[in-house]
Design a protein around this ligand. Structure first.
Ligand code: F6R
Ligand code: MG
Ligand code: MG
Length: 373
């Protein structure tokens, strides 16, 4: 049996500094301690702890497969411990995304966001992970379409014979909790027809069509649908495999040369421009945003993240680059345009999509004052 490697990216907002701004150092320390111990005990082979805004991100590489109870327990316990610390420090929103109290074998449906991919390592396997704050899973629909289906984005779709057969998308209907596979280029229009509705249809997986090679996995959590009310945040994560018959790292990054609008931002209730940033700038400010996204690149090798001579995983901070200055500038310009519109649609999300709303209270208060014409 060829050896299989699993990449797990599990995130949670366990509390943050100065409102929903950034994960502070004491919480990182807890995550680092637990990850280090799990590595020493042989549960995981490599890890990298980082943050995007108020979301603590645990990137773990191991050989235990997807949805492994021990890996999920490690993440759950780490988030619990960090949330306790956040509570003691009176940080903001301590334990925000921990919706349940008792762990039941898998963090899915319990609040944290999860993307996991089990792969058979190729000779060299470049991986890009994305993590975004102040938005939701539908934010990845547009770039995933462009990366794996748009020949104007990905030159390989046209000129690399290994990609000529196209890619297959798994699309999740988050309202009816069902999914459908659509193959591009043949079903491109149907695909866009669905995933253009970013609040409902979410791309959860992508495979290379000719051999079903798994090449992208996104988190698809809708906490409001889990809890039946608006709680926690769905800030999404995504794992993409690159090169050698798959989109190149450069093709994976092209969709982020321009900013585009995503749902989330202030109180999860506004359209906001997505801003690609290096990890040092992954902290939300203006109107709790603009929504930020980071991209980290690495190689997997023998069940681990390729490391330097000191055993430190080598991680590339891909948006920490002047090539994305234009997108950042656009994001600021779009943000200023949208905020001039205040609470008027389309700057504000439609009533159905808003995370916070007082509309039902307003209608209740005014119900006897409406007159029929
Ligand atoms: C959005 C987000 C923030 C908060 C906002 C109000 O995902 O986390 O924009 O919604 O700061 O937060 P509360 O209600 O905690 O005062
Ligand atoms: Mg928060
Ligand atoms: Mg967040």
């Amino acid at each position: 049996m060829p050896r299989k490697t699993t990449i797990s990216l599990i995130k949670c907002d366990v509390g943050s500094l100065a409102g929903h701004h950034v994960v502070p150092e004491p919480l990182f320390r807890i995550a680092e301690k637990n990850m280090k111990k799990a590595k020493e005990e042989g549960l995981i082979n490599s890890y990298h702890v980082f943050n995007v805004g108020d979301d603590l991100q645990l990137l773990m590489v191991h050989e235990r497969g997807e949805s492994n109870a021990e890996i999920h327990k490690l993440a759950w316990n780490t988030f619990q411990e960090a949330a306790e610390k956040a509570l003691n420090l009176k940080l903001y929103g301590a334990g925000q995304d921990l919706l349940k109290t008792a762990f039941s074998g898998n963090v899915r449906g319990m609040g944290p966001g999860v993307a996991e991919m089990e792969i058979e390592e190729r000779d060299a396997d470049p991986i890009v992970v994305f993590a975004a704050d102040k938005t939701s899973a539908g934010a990845f629909n547009l770039p995933l379409f462009r990366i794996f289906a748009d020949p104007m984005n990905t030159a390989g779709l046209v000129i690399d014979p290994n990609m000529a057969g196209g890619f297959k998308f798994e699309v999740l209907d988050t309202v009816e909790n069902k999914c459908v596979d659509l193959k591009c280029p043949e079903e491109m229009y149907e695909l866009i027809g669905l995933i253009g509705t970013v609040g409902r249809y979410v791309v959860s997986r992508v495979w290379r069509a000719r051999d079903n090679l798994l090449c992208a996995v996104g988190s698809v959590t809708k906490l409001s649908l889990i809890a039946g009310r608006y709680v926690g945040k769905d800030d999404p994560v995504l794992i993409v495999r690159a090169q050698h018959g798959l989109p190149a790292v450069g093709e994976i990054l092209v969709p982020f040369m321009h900013s585009y609008l995503v749902a989330g931002w202030m109180r999860g209730s506004h359209w906001g421009p997505l801003m690609p940033v290096g990890v040092k700038d992954a902290k939300c400010t203006v109107f709790d945003g603009p929504p930020r996204i980071v991209a980290l690149g690495f190689q997997v090798s023998n069940g681990k993240i390729s490391s330097n001579d000191e055993g430190k995983p080598m991680i590339a901070d891909l948006f920490d680059d002047p090539a994305f200055d234009m997108a950042r500038r656009e994001a600021v310009e779009y943000a200023s345009m949208l905020r001039r519109m205040g609470e008027f649609e389309p700057a504000r999300l439609s009533v159905k999509e808003m995370e916070y709303t007082t509309l039902s209270k307003i209608l209740e208060k005014l119900k006897d004052r409406f007159k029929f014409l």
